[in-house]
Design a protein around this ligand. Structure first.
Ligand SMILES: NC(=O)c1ccc[n+]([C@@H]2O[C@H](COP(=O)([O-])OP(=O)(O)OC[C@H]3O[C@@H](n4cnc5c(N)ncnc54)[C@H](O)[C@@H]3O)[C@@H](O)[C@H]2O)c1
Length: 352
């Protein structure tokens, strides 16, 4: 068994990654370390095998002795690090926990991995060993570290970091720590910086689940500012496939951007979801006129997020040309799957 430590996999992306990865690699065992903060939910892992190939450990990546004990107990041959505080709005209200988990926790994790692996027969730069032949530390990061774009241009791996929110600043800090462990110690690291994900199991607080949930409840659908902030949306499984490729085939010390070339502003996202819901789950006809209202009537503009970045867009050429990755979902196919999943989830909840 090839044992890999994954962190934060009771959250959105990690819980999509675990079943995908275990299904694809029958010889892999995952140790899943997750604190189960408000963002983690064991129900997200109900489609993951409950077997000795998936061992769940509830705990904090900031707990050095716990992380060390996992390296002592299991012969961990790689780390894929998802765990983070991930919501920008929360980072504006409470930045401290973002620095603690994202910066300090990532430091503890990579430092323990480095020391554990150093004591094994394979050591790093000073041993003259090729880092590619040593265990790999894969850090999952975000395009938000690059800051904001004007109306044109794309983020490449060479774009300078200019994080604007406490969330993106803390992710940038963790990226720099990982980078330093490669450059200083020759550790086998890769970093992926991905654009906004959407899909099943995303936490209620994020844009797309909020729109679907509020619409179905007949409540106002809040849109920040003028709704013209642009994100480059990627279906979560396409992200997981990109991580898989980079973890296995990416070059040590490299950074890879992941993005689906699916730029949409928030108005477009919200209106598309409302149109699809109008078809898939129409609102009740109005009693007096008998006409069916659109979910779009619920859209309400609210005060903008402080420091709201205007536009993100990813150039994924490096991942596409070097590793042959290509997003398989367009926004139209991905959002349809997503809405279908949430409709099922909310109808099941109503059955409870
Ligand atoms: N969601 C996106 O659009 C997106 C895009 C690019 C990159 N990312 C990155 O991908 C990763 C996963 O994002 P997500 O959207 O799945 O996040 P999420 O908030 O849904 O899940 C985070 C998970 O980490 C766990 N966690 C938090 N603090 C922890 C700690 N101290 N110790 C152990 N576990 C802890 C939580 O319990 C939760 O299960 C993050 O690193 C995030 O920065 C997310």
């Amino acid at each position: 068994m090839n044992t890999i430590l994954v962190t934060g996999c009771a959250g959105f992306i990690g819980s999509n990654f675990v079943p995908y990865f275990l299904d694809k690699y029958p010889e892999v065992r995952l140790i899943n370390l997750d604190l189960l903060t408000y963002a983690g939910d064991m129900a997200n892992l109900s489609d993951a095998p409950q077997s000795d190939r998936h061992i769940f450990v509830q705990g904090d990546i900031c707990d050095r002795s716990l992380v060390e004990s996992l390296f002592t107990q299991y012969d961990i041959r790689g780390v894929i690090h998802f765990a983070a505080e991930s919501h920008v709005d929360n980072s504006i209200k409470n930045p401290g926990v973002f620095v603690q988990t994202n910066v300090n926790g990532s430091f503890i994790l990579i430092d323990v991995a480095y020391k554990a692996w150093m004591e094994k027969p394979f050591t790093y730069r000073h041993s003259g060993l090729d880092p590619e032949s040593t265990p790999r530390f894969h850090h999952i990061s975000t395009d938000e570290v690059y800051g904001t774009l004007g109306e044109t241009g794309l983020f490449t791996e060479e774009t300078s970091y200019a994080p604007n929110s406490p969330y993106s600043a803390s992710k940038a800090g963790s990226d720099m720590i990982v980078r330093s462990y490669h450059h200083t110690y020759g550790m086998n690291t890769v970093i992926t910086n991905c654009s906004n994900n959407y899909g099943p199991k995303q936490h209620n607080e994020k844009l797309i689940p909020t729109v679907i949930r509020k619409a179905l409840a007949g409540e106002n659908i809040p849109v920040y500012g003028d709704g013209k902030n642009i994100r480059d949306w990627l279906y979560v499984l396409d992200h997981c496939k990109g991580i898989d490729l980079v973890y296995h085939n990416g070059r040590s010390g490299e950074v890879y951007n992941i993005g689906g070339r699916n730029e949409r502003n928030n108005n477009q996202i919200v209106e598309r979801i409302c149109s699809l819901l109008d078809e898939m789950h129409p609102r009740h006809p109005e009693l007096d006129s008998g006409s069916t209202p659109s979910y779009k009537d619920l859209i309400t503009y609210v005060e903008d997020r402080a420091g709201h970045d205007r536009r993100y867009a990813i150039d994924a050429t490096k991942l596409e040309t070097e590793l042959g990755w290509k997003a398989q979902e367009t926004f139209d196919t991905g959002i349809l799957k997503t809405i279908e999943w949430y409709l099922k989830k909310y109808s099941n909840n109503n059955d409870d």
